[in-house]
Design a protein around this ligand. Structure first.
Ligand code: MRU
Length: 363
């Protein structure tokens, strides 16, 4: 069993359900500051500005956000509560476009709203409280289930590791990006606990430096041997035989196994194919979008130019007015993916549909 390596989670709902508490990831690694969010606008901007980020963490933050806003809404009328619920849901659903977990979590909250409403007498004086409590409980279950999924993903990924392995990862798909433990980094924590001494190479992940700022921060906190490389050095470490396996996360996996993840992931996959290194995508089944036949259907977020030209430089690194293209994600074609490691097992991309055959649904 994977022990928690941290004393905190990156996203939490306060005990009274009136605050969403997040670790501001934009300040890492220099400052650990927790923000207490109490409005839909604060949650929206925390997601948009990457204060909370990583596909599962975004979904959890949105679920907590909608539960918190509805809980704070003063009314005795179920109709008024419903209007507020739908307003917040619609608003948060457009905070980021690529991670399917966001819509998945919000749709689950909507189902909870209507299932609860259908079960009660909406004219009863406690009706509003019953719905509020049901939403809070549902949001907490989303987080708890994500933690359980991360544990199973960690165990499934760990089964592919052996002592002393070199593992390359891109972006941050660790504790910070989920409820707890991580997807791509989960097996690495388990390997460390079991005395395997994994050696991790973290791509810095231009332009927002999730690898340099976040992956190194959390792996080093756990005492894991971590080496930071610039994205364009991945080929060098692969050619030198330092990398035995590649673990990355995903924001959305299409039905055919094409996987969207932080921009630069497909470059790593192409290099891995060239050097014959196994390339795995680790994600919960809630990240698989069976309504999306292939990667062409996945919306790629485009982010502002200053992230490329100014964000982490003391002076701008490009002339003022430089034309910038800043796609935040890319699609790794399924033929470059060795396997998709989920909480339900390890699947070849072509086998993903088996998940549907088991119980007709994956989540
Ligand atoms: O823009 P970000 O930092 O939210 O991008 C995050 C990633 O690309 C992660 O790899 C992905 O969300 C999986 S997190 C378990």
């Amino acid at each position: 069993m994977l022990k928690s390596v941290f004393s905190y989670d990156s996203v939490e709902l306060s005990t009274n359900g009136r605050e969403v508490i997040i670790l501001d990831q934009t300040l890492l690694p220099n400052q650990e500051k927790f923000l207490h969010l109490t409005t839909s606008e604060q949650v929206f901007f925390a997601i948009t500005l990457l204060k909370v980020r990583g596909a599962p963490a975004i979904g959890i933050a949105a679920a907590f956000g909608v539960a918190m806003c509805v809980n704070r809404f003063k009314t005795k009328s179920v109709d008024a509560l419903e209007k507020e619920f739908l307003r917040v849901k619609r608003y948060l659903s457009i905070s980021r476009p690529t991670a399917i977990n966001l819509m998945w979590a919000l749709n689950r909250m909507e189902r909870c709203f209507y299932v609860t409403k259908a079960k009660i007498d909406t004219t009863d004086k406690n009706a509003v409280e019953v719905i509020k409590n049901a939403l809070i409980a549902e949001a907490r279950s989303i987080k708890l289930e994500d933690t359980r999924m991360c544990l199973s993903i960690s165990e499934n990924g760990f089964s592919l590791l052996s002592p002393g392995m070199g593992i390359l990862t891109h972006c941050n798909a660790g504790h910070l990006a989920v409820s707890r433990y991580g997807t791509a980094l989960g097996p690495i924590y388990l390997a460390q606990q079991k005395g395997y001494s994994p050696k991790v190479y973290a791509d810095e992940t231009r332009p927002m430096l999730q690898g340099a700022r976040l992956t190194t921060y959390e792996l080093m906190k756990a005492g894991i041997d971590t080496t930071l490389i610039c994205d364009d050095m991945a080929s060098v470490v692969m050619s030198q035989g330092k990398i035995n396996i590649i673990f990355v996360g995903s924001d959305r996996v299409a039905a055919n196994g094409d996987a969207a993840n932080k921009v630069g992931t497909s470059t790593v996959a192409i290099l891995a194919h060239y050097y014959g290194i196994p390339f795995y995508v680790l994600c919960p089944t809630s990240t698989i979008d069976f309504n999306c036949p292939d990667g062409k259907g996945i919306v790629i977020e485009e982010r502002p130019s200053y992230e490329v030209t100014d964000m982490y430089f003391s002076k701008p690194c490009a002339p003022e007015g430089t034309k910038v293209y800043n796609p935040s994600f890319d699609i790794t074609p399924s033929n470059l993916i060795t396997g998709i490691i989920t909480e339900k097992g390890i699947f070849k991309p072509s086998e993903l549909k088996k998940l549907l055959e088991v119980d007709g649904k994956v989540h």
